[in-house]
Design a binder for this molecule. Structure first.
Ligand SMILES: CC(C)(COP(=O)(O)OP(=O)(O)OC[C@H]1O[C@@H](n2cnc3c(N)ncnc32)[C@H](O)[C@@H]1OP(=O)(O)O)[C@@H](O)C(=O)NCCC(=O)NCCS
Length: 180
């Protein structure tokens, strides 16, 4: 199955598929009482801007777009209180990381994340920063499992009441294996 998967920078034709994944995840999360993604974020405008900047990435399988992520250097101001440890390392930030609900728990996230980490290395970065909604146990487990370390909790006043606490996570990227 993984053989049919392919991660790449998104093209304009991927935009609708990427947004459909966000809509599907938003609904699935809301069904669990998790108001993580609002109508305002992640929006079409956010993805269009990322696409134009070469920062929108998609994972596709035979059925079409199954995963999406944005990778760039911009961190929200709310993160300033987190205890980042690799402050001197150039970093990338992953935003709006999502796998289509029907495809979750099948290794797609792992593959898309490995691709994002490769892109970050190619961009000369040494670490990756992310945040995750503190109530989203599945996402927290996913990041921790992939070596992302907790750096503190921050609050987003822009999110719905009682859904404002996010954990910040950071990973120092290994250097590429030059042995081969
Ligand atoms: C988090 C997410 C990206 C993981 O993608 P995925 O394709 O399911 O991940 P993989 O199949 O590569 O890895 C699965 C691992 O992630 C963790 N995980 C993912 N979903 C989980 C859940 N609902 N409950 C518990 N653990 C979960 C587990 O460690 C799991 O390993 P396991 O199945 O051996 O226990 C995906 O669930 C998703 O898109 N969620 C909705 C959007 C979201 O919250 N994105 C993260 C924003 S910070």
């Amino acid at each position: 199955m993984t053989g049919s998967m392919h991660a790449a920078a998104a093209g304009p034709d991927d935009l609708d598929g990427a947004l459909a994944i966000i809509d599907g995840c938003r609904a699935a999360l809301e069904a669990q009482g998790l108001l993580q993604w609002t109508a305002e974020y992640p929006s079409r405008a956010f993805f269009q801007e990322a696409l134009a900047a070469g920062n929108l990435f998609v994972l596709s399988d035979r059925e079409g777009v199954a995963g999406v992520a944005v990778l760039d250097g911009s961190q929200p101001p709310e993160w300033s209180s987190a205890a980042w440890q690799h402050r001197d390392a150039p970093f990338q930030v992953i935003h709006a990381f999502a796998i289509a609900p029907h495809a979750q728990r099948g290794g797609y996230g792992k593959l898309l994340l490995a691709f994002c980490e490769d892109v970050a290395r190619t961009r000369g970065c040494r670490s990756i920063r992310i945040d995750a909604f503190s109530e989203n146990a599945g996402a927290l487990r996913f990041w921790e499992r992939h070596g992302y370390r907790f750096r503190g909790e921050v609050r987003f006043a822009s999110k719905p009441a009682r859904h404002q606490r996010y954990g910040c996570y950071e990973k120092l990227l290994e250097r590429p294996d030059r042995s081969g």
